[in-house]
Design a protein around this ligand. Sequence first.
Ligand code: NAG
Ligand code: CU
Ligand code: ZN
Length: 180
Amino acid sequence: MKMASNYSPAVLLTTFLLLQVLQFCSAETGRVHLAGNSPVKGVLNFTECSGMLRIFGTITGLTPGKHGFHVHEFGDIFTNGCDSTGKHFNPKKVLHGAKEDDATRRHAGDLGNIVADSSGVASVDMTDDMIALSGTKSILGRAMVVHANEDDLGRQDNEGSRTTGNSGPRIACGIIFVVA
Ligand SMILES: *[C@@H]1O[C@H](CO)[C@@H](O)[C@H](O)[C@H]1NC(C)=O
Ligand SMILES: [Cu+2]
Ligand SMILES: [Zn+2]
């Protein structure tokens, strides 16, 4: 019944680190606290394994249904609230699209829509490989933004659709920061 104690802390630590390496998980993790001129609030965590960024957490205070969800280019939420976070994070200078679109057809920051239930709660758990916690795809220091309306994913034939998905006012946002 004392099998675990046969392994020294050093062996356990080495095994843990080796497992981290085998999964290619980044030691770095991120977080964002969402708030704004609305009842919308939330905390999301970011972890990265094998080039896939996972975004997970809960957002409350939403109207039921879909809300555009993007990484915006600037981490400035103080000059003019969510409106000073700039455009969608778009290092490849392409048009707005859906999360499922390839890199030539979507902004890196285009994460589609989150969906709130009848209580106004959205459970977020998604992965994406066009954004990361380091390198040219890094979103650290940029902003996560939640919109009032549904993102049309660039599928309409108008300028708004090609740039923002017509997702309307920015109801909550936060700076994506490193926590470990
Ligand atoms: C996010 O990370 C913090 C710190 O580790 C933790 O307390 C919180 O429960 C996490 N949130 C989720 C949804 O896992
Ligand atoms: Cu946006
Ligand atoms: Zn976009």
